[in-house]
Design a protein around this ligand. Structure first.
Ligand code: SF4
Length: 303
């Protein structure tokens, strides 16, 4: 049972990182990937640079070299290409002077195949800067999601660290698809949303497994502006619960379980199931636990 540190005050995030032992994740002079979703233009629920800057500053104080990073989207839009994705990151305040570190977003050609040998995938395709970096800290905005029930740490790691090819592979389920004989999406990298929720959740977890394989990793989850749907939309609906603060831990499964429990407790019901009745969000947690990525049992340490 791993500790999950919680504060209702997000300004205490650096203290929580130290309580969780993040100082042991940092190797002096080595890069530290801060995995984040920079938010779609028009969306206002994404993590703001002021919220996460203390983490970048802490990494710097510990003599690590932080950089914010994400991979390009499969769907069409400004975050599909590296140059325009970097424009979005900058427009949203992700540059050294405001966020405490710069953004690095790889081209599709800069992808690394990481071997995992799991049920769905033998290997996963990750953004090069993430794959090559020994320390990864996931900075996650916790919110609802129409495919996975909620979007938390596992989704930020799995879907977020995958290249466009990786994202396609997480969404597709070609053996069950009537288009499989003629489809060329594997070559053209056009979006496909054929996979069932359970299948997509397991595939995301396998990518999350690859993203942290062999790394020193920590997880910071902001339960703020908890919108009902993902930050990939160019808009967002009002929050489904009041802001609940920030969680920090070294267990990605415990992080998502604790965040879901806090949100559902505040809502007085399973709000994600109420929003998306067809989606069993617990599938990602159960599968991640079965792979040894972490534990659904946790100790909530309130600071
Ligand atoms: S539409 Fe998607 S699931 Fe169907 S064959 Fe093409 S890539 Fe595979």
């Amino acid at each position: 049972m791993n500790p999950v540190f919680h504060s209702a005050d997000i300004n205490r995030v650096a203290d929580l990182c130290l309580a969780a032992g993040f100082d042991r994740l940092i190797v002096p002079s080595e890069p530290v990937a801060l995995k984040i979703h920079f938010g779609e233009p028009g969306n206002t629920a994404y993590l703001k640079p002021e919220a996460v800057r203390p983490v970048a500053e802490l990494v710097g104080k510990l003599h690590g070299k932080p950089f914010y990073t994400d991979c390009n989207t499969l769907y069409r839009g400004p975050r599909q290409q590296t140059s325009t994705h970097l424009d979005v990151a900058r427009d949203h305040g992700y540059f050294l002077e405001r966020a405490g570190a710069d953004a690095v977003i790889p081209e599709e050609s800069d992808q690394v195949a990481v071997e995992i040998k799991r049920k769905h995938f033998r290997q996963v395709y990750l953004g090069g800067p993430i794959a090559r970096t020994g320390t990864l800290i996931a900075l996650t905005h916790f919110k609802g999601h129409e495919v996975t029930g909620f979007g938390g740490t596992l989704k930020n790691l799995g879907m977020g660290c995958g290249t466009r090819l990786g994202k396609l592979k997480m969404h597709q389920d070609c053996p069950r698809c009537p288009e499989s004989k003629t489809c060329r999406r594997n070559q053209t990298l056009e979006a496909c949303w054929f996979g069932s929720s359970a299948s997509v959740q397991e595939r995301i977890v396998e990518y999350a497994d690859g993203a942290v394989k062999g790394k020193r990793a920590g997880y910071v989850t902001f339960i703020t502006a908890v919108s009902p749907a993902c930050d990939c939309y160019p808009h967002n609906d009002p929050p489904i619960v009041p802001d609940l603060g920030v969680l920090v831990t070294t267990d990605p499964v415990a992080s998502d379980q604790a965040a879901a429990d806090l949100v559902n407790r505040a809502a007085g019901k399973d709000i994600f199931r109420a929003l998306y009745p067809e989606v069993d969000w617990s599938a990602q947690l159960a599968y991640a636990e079965s792979l040894g990525l972490g534990s659904r049992r946790y100790e909530l340490v309130v600071k």
